[in-house]
Design a protein around this ligand. Structure first.
Ligand code: NAD
Length: 548
């Protein structure tokens, strides 16, 4: 630990885990603080995010420019662009730091996380301001991302203290002691997405670090600036040099090198299915000089549905669908992208959805009234527009929100609603990751469930119903990692709704839940026969003889 390392919490000194409360924007002073955070972020641009390897900053010849998605002309800063050999150096630094960090008591490691959480709390408005520009996160979404990052830090700190307690296993009558202990793995590569640009990289890195591993963090190309703020916070919190190394750059270059590096013991990835599956394939290779099978946790996409049955309260169901589908422009892995409406509520629900979509307020994220911001970049915009064109040709366009010509300035796409002819159609099967909602009609609840379960994904799902048997059946039969009944399908909270899916939505245990940290540890048992048959004679002579 460094001299300025925070004081280790004792088990007693840590209160029970409590979620970070969302900001109360009804209070004028909170709105004014948020505006100040936006102003402070604006004043801080252009920012620079260098490589950080063993605590030392490095620039690279190539740089990646960051522009605001809401305003292409607004330069926010640059990040370094790591090469393969930079990736090797970062892994070398992490491997060197492992010897010390892995032996640092769990209490000290947890203390660093708790300290990082309190720095983030103090810096919340500035961090949110940076996200508003860099990721085009509207106010509430930016606040939620920072709050989730704080939650991950506080939650995993406590989880590690729980796992670090010595565990005596079942006693054996013939004098045998069995202990279970968890040890860290080694160097962990953390590869993050841009859509929760602080919370997800922070959660993945914090879990690895508190478990005693060392990390090379590769943030998404689109959001390195907020990720660098996190790097600095960990350093200020007392994390020793080399434990967290920061490697901004291109996924196909430094990311690809990291995930198959022979010294990288584990890869933790959140992102698209294509990249995730490629990582799983590459990481499986055991190369010469690699004495382990690499572990991979890969959280990937979704094609989430919300079923509305005949007994649903449409006054509640429609706003929940609209928020789940169009909040943050549909760029959440948990976003609802299929509304499955039972035949006898179909017309009424569609009419309301139509009105709802047409009234959505599209705008720059920094404006507090914005409901649907710009999408992350030109590539995402082009992909989403391709789906909208496909919908215009092969489905029935139902509604579109007005973008007021904002496309000329930023990466805006019109929130769109389509009635899709079949649940097998591409609009109903492929992850679009934008503000596009497919509406499907189901004869009855059986068919609705079958449609909901008909994709290759299993991430989130929802049902709006006032029929108990339907809610129960959904609990048993709906194939998704996070099922939400009579509410939105987004906004999982650490500790309350541990998050993650299965099928092609991912492999790994849920983030923010009690099983997550174990993935970063190896379990060992120590068995001792207590029925000793005499003792080994002392090797050293007894003290009296020494005095002779
Ligand atoms: P992405 O797959 O394009 O990129 C994710 C990260 O992988 C980035 O850091 C990128 O640079 C890196 N990368 C790209 N190619 C690589 C390679 N060959 N080797 C190693 N790394 C590489 O995803 P994205 O666009 O940033 O994120 C959006 C996707 O993430 C969506 O599909 C969404 O559903 C998913 N997501 C899932 C969850 C979840 O918990 N399941 C959460 C958030 C986002």
């Amino acid at each position: 630990m460094t001299a300025e390392a925070p004081q280790a919490p004792t088990h007693q000194s840590l209160s029970e885990f409590r979620n970070e409360a969302p900001l109360d924007f009804s209070r004028p002073e909170v709105r004014s603080d948020f505006l100040n955070g936006i102003a402070a972020a604006r004043a801080s641009f252009p920012l620079e995010a260098p490589l950080v390897i063993a605590g030392r900053r490095h620039k690279t010849a190539e740089k990646i420019a960051c522009h605001s998605p809401s305003d292409r002309a607004m330069l926010l800063g640059h990040s370094a662009s790591a090469s393969e050999s930079d990736a090797d150096k970062a892994v070398g630094a992490a491997a060197a730091a492992f010897a010390h960090w892995s032996r640092t008591p769990a209490e000290h490691r947890a203390a660093v996380l708790v300290e990082a959480a309190s720095i983030m709390r103090r810096r919340k408005f500035l961090l949110a301001g940076i996200e508003v520009f860099e990721a085009a996160k509207p106010w509430r979404e930016a606040d939620a991302d920072i709050a989730e990052a704080i939650d991950f830090l506080e939650y995993y700190a406590r989880e590690m203290l729980r796992l670090a307690l010595p565990r005596r296993l079942q006693p054996y009558i013939l004098g045998e002691r069995n202990d279970l202990r968890y040890d860290p793995l080694g160097v962990v590569a953390v590869v993050g997405p841009w859509n929760f640009p602080l919370a997800i990289p922070c959660g993945m890195a914090a879990a690895a670090i508190v478990a005693g591993n060392t990390v090379v963090l590769k943030p998404a190309e689109q959001t390195p600036l907020i990720a660098y703020e996190m790097q600095k916070i960990f350093e200020e919190a007392g994390l020793p040099k080399g434990v967290l190394n920061f490697l901004p750059g291109r996924g196909g270059v430094c990311g690809a090198r990291l995930v198959q590096h022979p010294e990288v013991r584990m890869v933790v990835f959140t992102g698209s299915r294509g990249v995730g599956l490629e990582i799983v394939r590459r990481a499986a290779d055991t190369r010469p000089g690699q004495p382990f099978v690499r572990r991979v946790v890969a959280e990937m996409g979704g094609k989430n549905a919300l079923i509305v049955d005949s007994s649903a309260d449409l006054d509640a169901a429609v706003p929940d669908i609209l928020y789940s589908a169009f909040g943050f422009a549909g760029q959440k892995c948990s976003a609802c992208s299929r509304a499955i409406l039972l035949a006898d509520v179909y017309d009424a629900a569609v009419e309301r959805l139509r009105a709802g979509v047409e009234s959505l307020k599209v705008g720059p994220a920094e404006e507090p009234g914005t409901q649907v911001p710009a999408v992350i970049d030109a590539e995402a915009g082009a992909k989403i527009r391709g789906y909208i064109e496909l919908g215009a040709k092969e489905a029935k366009p139902l509604a579109k929100a007005d973008t007021h010509g904002l496309e000329a300035k930023g990466h805006f796409v019109p929130p769109s609603l389509f009635a899709v002819p079949s649940h097998k159609h591409r609009l109903a099967q492929e992850e679009i990751f934008g503000p596009v909602l497919a509406v499907l009609r189901a004869r009855d609840f059986d068919e609705a469930l079958a449609i909901a379960n008909s994709t290759e994904y299993a991430l989130t799902g929802g049902v709006h119903s006032r029929t108990l048997s339907h809610l129960e059946r959904a609990g048993n039969e709906y194939q998704c990692g996070n099922l939400y009944l009579n509410r939105t399908t987004t906004g999982a909270i650490v500790g309350r709704q541990p998050f993650g899916g299965f099928r092609l939505s991912g492999i790994g245990s849920k983030a923010g839940g009690p099983d997550y940290l174990r993935q970063f540890l190896v379990a060992r048992t120590v068995t001792e026969n207590l029925m000793r048959h005499g003792f080994v004679p002392l090797v050293e002579p007894p003290p009296e003889r020494l005095e002779d």
